[in-house]
Design a protein around this ligand. Structure first.
Ligand code: SF4
Length: 251
């Protein structure tokens, strides 16, 4: 995608949603960090359901350590990989108390040194909690960047490096959220909704998905193929019936 098109791409996403943010619920950087760790391979909605009651009582790493791994496991058991995640959250809380005075560190290296925190989680925390211009590449961002031609790459690291290079000001801080939300609600994995996409003319993905009422009637063609299958089955049964040897009478 050309430089002017990239600017226009973000200008339109910004116009549609001037203040994008994460859908994970939290009230401070520590809760955000925990929520992001819990959200690996899980939806934000499922994490919010589990953390809403949990975060009413737990706002600090110390409170989490006192709460303990067993009770945490029970509280988050509706989220995938809850055993490992409970272990990591308690361990990272202990590390925050031990190495950072109970505060969430503001550098990528320090964040990535925490149990259960990878580059993507560190990027989300740096961006959302501290306003850094980082580009966390999750499955939605990866898909949108490749489909559109905004920042194509075979790996998340390659896509992130291209975003770093290509996203212009004043969009760098919120680019990550615009891309996630665009992928989650418009440029969906199975069927991108190109017919209502605000950046369709800038995107190189082909062929564009047509609006539901502009697509060929699939129900009719499905019905006719079902009818064809039924006719073929009946014919096969008749043929099989005819070729079967007739029962002979016993003497
Ligand atoms: S036009 Fe389609 S493929 Fe391109 S960004 Fe929009 S929804 Fe995604």
């Amino acid at each position: 995608m050309k430089r002017d098109d990239i600017f226009e791409f973000f200008r339109r996403l910004a116009e549609a949603n001037p203040a994008p943010t994460t859908e994970l619920e939290s009230t401070n950087p520590y809760q955000l960090l925990v929520a992001v760790v819990l959200s690996a391979q899980a939806t934000d909605a499922s994490v919010n359901i589990a953390t809403r009651p949990l975060f009413e009582h737990i706002q600090t790493p110390r409170q989490m350590v006192e709460f303990g791994e067993e009770r945490l496991r029970e509280a988050i058991k509706t989220i995938g990989l809850f055993n490992t995640k409970a272990k990591n959250v308690v361990a990272l809380s202990e590390a925050l108390i031990r190495d950072h005075g109970g505060e969430v560190p503001r550098t990528r290296d320090a964040l990535q040194a925490l149990p259960g925190v990878g580059r993507k989680t560190a990027n989300v925390v740096l961006n959302t909690a501290f306003g850094e211009e980082t580009f966390a590449v999750d499955t939605h961002v990866f898909r949108v960047c490749n489909r559109t031609g905004l920042a194509p790459g075979k790996t998340v690291d390659a896509v992130e490096a291209k975003l770093e290079k290509r996203v212009p000001q004043p969009f760098r801080r919120d680019a990550h959220h615009w891309l996630i939300l665009h992928g989650r609600y418009t440029c969906k994995a199975r069927l991108p909704e190109c017919w209502r996409c605000p950046v369709a003319d800038l995107c190189r993905y082909q062929p564009k998905t047509l609006a539901p009422n502009a697509r060929p009637a699939r129900t009719a063609s499905r019905a006719s193929s079902a009818a064809r299958i039924a006719t073929a089955r009946t014919a096969a049964k008749r043929t099989a019936g005819r070729s079967r040897p007739r029962p002979t009478r016993l003497p």
